[in-house]
Write a protein that binds this ligand. Structure first.
Ligand SMILES: Nc1ncnc2c1ncn2[C@@H]1O[C@H](COP(=O)(O)OP(=O)(O)O)[C@@H](O)[C@H]1O
Ligand SMILES: [Mg+2]
Length: 328
């Protein structure tokens, strides 16, 4: 049984009568003890998808269809996690590091207070003494000096603040941690430190991490599996090695081609055009207006996900015709 079973969800933003189809017809299985990446250009629905998984669904965001099943361990057999009761499991079973999360630290409160508020709100079953013991062991374990508890956020670097947030997200050993662009505001060297910290947590806690990034290079060394999103849909899912060595979807291929390569003198290839407005997305395959291989069917019919090799799926008419997506 997968830890998360996401089945055909549609998550929309409603402003008066205007509907932004940010996530549409998305199905995804997330296993125990894996690091899965969600990649794609900005505006393709990655943050909306993870917000929905976390259960942070409030207007103007609505879950219009579909279901998410959470198979957390050690829950009584009749416990069903729903949008209403999921906040009870936040930080304990499922943690979420939002995009630009460093800003969640209150500038006039010491880091100590930030952790204390978490304990007070979510782990009152733990005595204050035991909470303090857990916190100092956890910080030391993550290589964070316990002295940071006495600091105010402005006294910490961006990388240190991000590590504090990751420390908080993992403090109560949740089975699932969701990190939305955890490295995007950081310098390259610090990015690596932050990824290493997440890896260390995953190695030790054997939990699951969903990491969102618009940068495929973040994914390459970090994720076991990658889901590629385009304009609200998942267009390809596979093991990281398969995605990089045999990308199936033309969009995935363009994303990979747009990465800098050592010794490549041809310069970077951008992806022509830009992602569509999700208020009125293109008909058929949403990628067809930018796809170098599109044909008539692509304009009319939305392709469905098909498995092309073990665990490697993509949604593309070209592949169904048995043709490759070699770039024109
Ligand atoms: N609060 C909101 N109200 C209306 N539209 C939104 C809101 N937040 C995001 N969107 C739209 O939803 C789409 C997906 O956004 P998002 O999930 O943030 O994408 P990503 O994380 O991939 O950049 C975009 O078209 C974005 O403009
Ligand atoms: Mg985002």
């Amino acid at each position: 049984m997968a830890l998360l079973e996401i089945n055909k969800i549609n998550a929309y933003y409603m402003h008066n009568t205007q509907k932004t189809r940010a996530v549409e017809n998305v199905s995804l299985s997330v296993e125990d003890n894996e690091i899965i990446g969600i990649a794609g250009e900005s505006g393709c629905g990655k943050s909306t998808l993870v917000k929905t998984i976390y259960g942070a669904i409030e207007p103007p965001l609505y879950l219009e269809n579909g279901s998410i099943i959470y198979n957390f361990k050690n829950l009584s057999s009749n416990t069903k996690i729903t949008n209403e009761n999921i906040p009870f499991y936040w930080w304990k079973k499922i943690s979420y590091i939002p995009q630009a999360s460093m800003n969640v630290l209150n500038p006039v409160r010491k880091i100590k207070k930030f952790f204390e508020n978490l304990w007070r709100a979510h782990r009152q079953d733990l005595s204050y003494k035991n909470y303090q013991k857990l916190l100092s062991t956890h910080l030391q374990h993550l290589g964070l000096p316990v002295s940071i508890l006495e600091y105010y956020p402005h006294q910490l670097s961006g990388g240190m603040k991000q590590r504090v947030i990751i420390g908080a997200a993992s403090l109560f050993h949740p089975e699932l941690i969701i990190a939305d662009e955890p490295t995007s505001a950081l310098d390259v060297g610090v990015q690596l430190d932050v990824l290493r910290l997440l890896l260390k947590i995953q190695n030790e806690c054997k939990n699951t991490i969903i990491v969102v990034a618009h940068d495929m290079s973040v994914m390459a060394n970090f994720c076991m599996k990658i889901a590629i999103m385009y304009a609200g849909n998942i267009v390809e899912i596979g093991k990281t090695l398969d995605i990089f060595s045999h990308p199936l979807h033309p969009y995935t291929k363009l994303l990979i081609d747009s990465l800098p390569k050592i010794g490549d003198k041809r310069g970077l290839k951008g992806i022509p055009g830009s992602p569509p407005d999700l208020v009125s997305p293109p008909s058929g395959c949403r990628f067809h207006p930018r796809c170098p291989h599109s044909f008539e069917l692509c304009k009319k019919v939305s392709p469905t996900m098909k498995e092309f090799s073990a665990g490697h799926q993509a949604a593309c008419h070209l592949l169904e015709r048995g043709e490759t997506n070699e770039r024109k």
